[in-house]
Design a protein around this ligand. Sequence first.
Ligand SMILES: *[C@@H]1O[C@H](CO)[C@@H](O)[C@H](O)[C@H]1NC(C)=O
Ligand SMILES: *[C@@H]1O[C@H](CO)[C@@H](O)[C@H](O)[C@H]1NC(C)=O
Ligand SMILES: *[C@@H]1O[C@H](CO)[C@@H](O)[C@H](O)[C@H]1NC(C)=O
Length: 208
Amino acid sequence: MVAHRLVVASLLIFCLAGSCNGEVQFSSLKRTLDVTASPKPGQVLEGGVDKITVTWALNKSLPAGTDSAYKTIKVKLCYAPISQKDRAWRKTEDKLSRDKTCQHKLVSKPYDASNKTVQRFEWLIERDVPKATYFVRAYAYDSNDVELAYGQTTDPNKTTNLFQIDAISGRHASLDICSVCFSVFSVVSLFFFFFLEKRKAKAYSSKN
Ligand SMILES: *[C@@H]1O[C@H](CO)[C@@H](O)[C@H](O)[C@H]1NC(C)=O
Ligand SMILES: *[C@@H]1O[C@H](CO)[C@@H](O)[C@H](O)[C@H]1NC(C)=O
Ligand SMILES: *[C@@H]1O[C@H](CO)[C@@H](O)[C@H](O)[C@H]1NC(C)=O
């Protein structure tokens, strides 16, 4: 009975501390995963054309059993602070349920604690990924899909090793050039006909 109460009480405290399902805080997660991504710092990649190769593995300097509860790894593309400025819809929140830093999932893979080999995934950048500066982060989840740990390609301040994705592909760019040409053409022809009309009107009035 006492033990039962103790469990309930500690669960309650656990919840109040904001650690319940969906209330996990990023600052409470340990950085246990070593994550790499193929883009070089400052590289500009093109959506729909370029690929990103990501790797992840448990940091080998951690004590054995660190990953005993890991069930899934999800790798995500995350906005760098420079691309979050004045954009509330990309805001970083410590409460992970409200965090909007990492909106594009690259891959979700089951975690095999018996296999410490570096895991690898190649991702073709989707066309709907907005033009911005990014880094890559991986989260480790338990069997209830609750975040337990993470790893990322940048430093804690998210200033190093960032890369850019340029959403406008070659085809889109030429389409844009086309539409600009057409707008210029229509404006020019508008003026042309306007002056033509004016000249006609002038000629008409001087005749009379
Ligand atoms: C692994 O963890 C150690 C200790 O926290 C850290 O010094 C090291 O940089 C980490 N390794 C990598 C590749 O991030
Ligand atoms: C360990 O993971 C690597 C990379 O995904 C895979 O190629 C290999 O077959 C795995 N080994 C075992 C024993 O599952
Ligand atoms: C992160 O930024 C803060 C404030 O600018 C600075 O004090 C701290 O040293 C930085 N940490 C790292 C790891 O660069």
